[in-house]
Design a protein around this ligand. Structure first.
Ligand SMILES: C[S@@+](CC[C@H](N)C(=O)[O-])C[C@H]1O[C@@H](n2cnc3c(N)ncnc32)[C@H](O)[C@@H]1O
Length: 348
């Protein structure tokens, strides 16, 4: 399936999130009060054309430069614009003119609401980001919400994201994954593609592609099984299990293939706005403020060599190795309980 199917599906077939036939492109996460407040500052037409599958607003965004791959009608871009503030900026890229028109139509409305203008949208194909002339290492954070599955050359997207990130930056994104490679006969189905199922990566292939692009230790932040309410769609994909998952991929040199134990620990200062009690790095690392928290070498780097460093105290170094950290798994990483393709869709 190619970009024309995405343009047709998101520009002509769908008129709003209620038209979706699965909950693949809907967000189930309960937003925090900060996000709810920010969402109230997003124009209703933008919100009505939201098709994301996760929350892509990581912590500590103040003053940063953020790129949104497949920004659609602009909901995440306008949310993040409020988090980065006047000194930060957000660039959205999308390939569907109708969705870009919605996003662009409300630029001034949001600038007035926020008191500053820090968002722009570019028309482009995220498989060909090189053609947009964005400079290397020009973004602190790249987000993407339910888009990479739609792209044929996913490796090209990960490579470009790595090139565009500053050292210590991260790709923080939600997408749809499968517990196996999607059967060949389903790959050309335009509805399954548009509904973010046909292009879903087998999680093991995602892990390999991310590492090949230079993202050494992909971290799973949240995941949920997808519900497919449409009986015809459920029948077609029978035997597959699909998940919506949010990952963070840091651009850091020297990340190791496994979590290695150097006897290190960190203590969170509780200084990230909105996460004062505890900081969630990923599904295995909810780090409570004030508490000594043992970490592997990779986690140490994700905290010490990124924008999070100022929010932590660091104990130890890499001078002595104590073996591998327990729990470095290689099986299906998602909570599979309830991963039933017949679950009714409950959208956005
Ligand atoms: C499921 S929607 C998600 C949109 C947006 N992220 C949101 O959360 O509402 C997928 C979006 O990806 C865009 N898209 C698909 N393939 C693309 C490509 N190759 N380059 C740029 N955008 C693409 C579509 O135009 C559509 O807006």
């Amino acid at each position: 399936m190619n970009i024309e199917n995405s343009r047709r599906y998101y520009g002509e077939v769908l008129t709003g999130s209620a038209d979706l036939r699965t909950d693949a492109c809907c967000t189930a996460d309960a937003p925090s009060s900060v996000i709810r407040t920010a969402l109230a500052n997003v124009h209703e037409e933008v919100r009505a054309r939201y098709y994301g599958c996760g929350l892509v607003v990581p912590d500590a965004l103040g003053g940063l430069s953020v790129l949104d791959l497949g920004s659609g009608s602009g909901q995440d871009a306008y949310l993040i614009a409020q988090m980065v503030g006047e000194d930060g900026s957000v660039t959205g890229v999308d390939a569907t003119p109708e969705q870009l028109a919605v996003a662009n139509r409300h630029l001034e409305w949001h600038a007035e609401r926020f008191g500053y203008a820090n968002v722009r949208f570019l028309e482009g194909d995220i498989e060909r980001l090189d053609e947009l002339g964005l400079p290397d290492a020009s973004f602190d954070v790249i987000v993407s919400n339910c888009v990479i599955n739609l792209v044929a050359d996913k490796a090209a997207v990960f490579r470009a994201a790595h090139r565009l990130l500053k050292p210590g930056g991260e790709l923080y994104f939600s997408d749809v994954y499968a517990d196996r490679r999607v059967a060949a006969e389903l790959l050309q189905d335009p509805v399954l593609h548009g509904e973010c199922l046909a292009g879903a990566l087998y999680w093991g292939d995602f892990d390999r592609l991310a590492k090949q692009a230079g993202f050494g230790d992909p971290r799973l932040v949240t995941d949920r099984p997808l519900g497919i309410g449409d009986a015809a769609v459920a029948e077609k994909v029978e035997g597959h299990r699909f998940f919506s998952a949010t990952y963070r991929l840091f651009k850091l040199d020297g990340l190791e293939p496994q979590c290695e134990d150097y006897g290190q620990a960190v203590r969170y200062r509780g200084t990230i706005a909105g996460s004062e009690r505890a900081f969630l790095l990923d599904g295995h690392h909810l780090i409570e403020a004030g508490r000594l928290f043992p970490v592997c070498g990779n986690t140490w780097k994700m905290l010490a060599e990124t924008r999070f460093a100022e929010h932590f105290e660091f104990f130890g170094d890499f001078s002595r190795h104590f073996g591998v950290f327990a729990g470095c798994g290689t099986t299906l990483p998602y909570a599979s309980e309830g991963a039933d393709i017949s679950v009714a869709a409950s959208c956005c």
